[in-house]
Design a protein around this ligand. Sequence first.
Ligand code: NAD
Length: 260
Amino acid sequence: MNQAHPTGDFEGLAALVTGGASGIGAAIATLLRDRGARVAVLDRDPAGAPAGTLAVKADVTSDEAIRSGVAEAVAEFGALHTVVGNAGIGAIGTVEDNADDEWHRVLDVNVLGLVRTARAALPHLRAAAAERPGSVSITHTCSIAATAGLPQRAAYSASKGAVLALTLAMAADHIREGIRVNCVNPGTVDTPWVGRLLGRADDPAAERAALEARQPTGRLVAADEVAAAVAYLASPAAAAVTGTALAVDGGMQGLRLRPA
Ligand code: NAD
């Protein structure tokens, strides 16, 4: 149980987290579970889904798999209130480095994966919104790559820019239905994803130290800290919050620590 957060504010709510079997998604699924939600984890590799969650094998590139995963969650829980579109993949390179198929792969998972998830979930969210006003929401895991120019991340950044715009458009489309739509923009988060990137370096420990030194805080963001932001956006405390991107980046985006 995470003592830093209120418990029980998700009591009676049902949540679904894509990519919830690792890293940020697993931290979100764990926190929502600890705060009282019943949680389904949809993941292409669901082995790491947190204990006490409904683990469903589903790839977000398949409309059919997502529809059937959402249906399984609703059959199990009887309703759906909280959707977290978090599954995502990276791509390294400039526009010259990545061929069209790599762009399609990244956009298919990072953008269309959210579209497919929302399409399958919206009818259930609409039904839930009438009963639990303020408690029905979609939250996307976006990235500071949506708003800052990162080198060697052309396809990934374009995908996350699309996630930000999609979040705003969906917030406008569904506000009158009582469905809030927001995103979090994490900075560099200590997850297996970052571990894999560091693992490619000649000296992973030195690379990690250099990465930490580049953070305004001197450390990476913890997955739990991103989960706390997602839980806030999904909670009834955020009933007036929609169409918002909440940066959880240790000050990376907003701070200029050296004078010009
Ligand atoms: P991770 O690799 O640790 O976890 C990603 C999870 O998504 C895995 O469980 C994986 O199996 C699942 N997944 C990937 N593709 C899938 C697909 N097609 N269908 C279903 N499941 C799929 O990564 P993470 O660091 O926890 O990243 C999660 C999200 O956070 C991503 O959207 C990523 O872009 C975003 N993000 C991460 C960071 C970071 O520094 N780690 C920073 C900003 C944003």
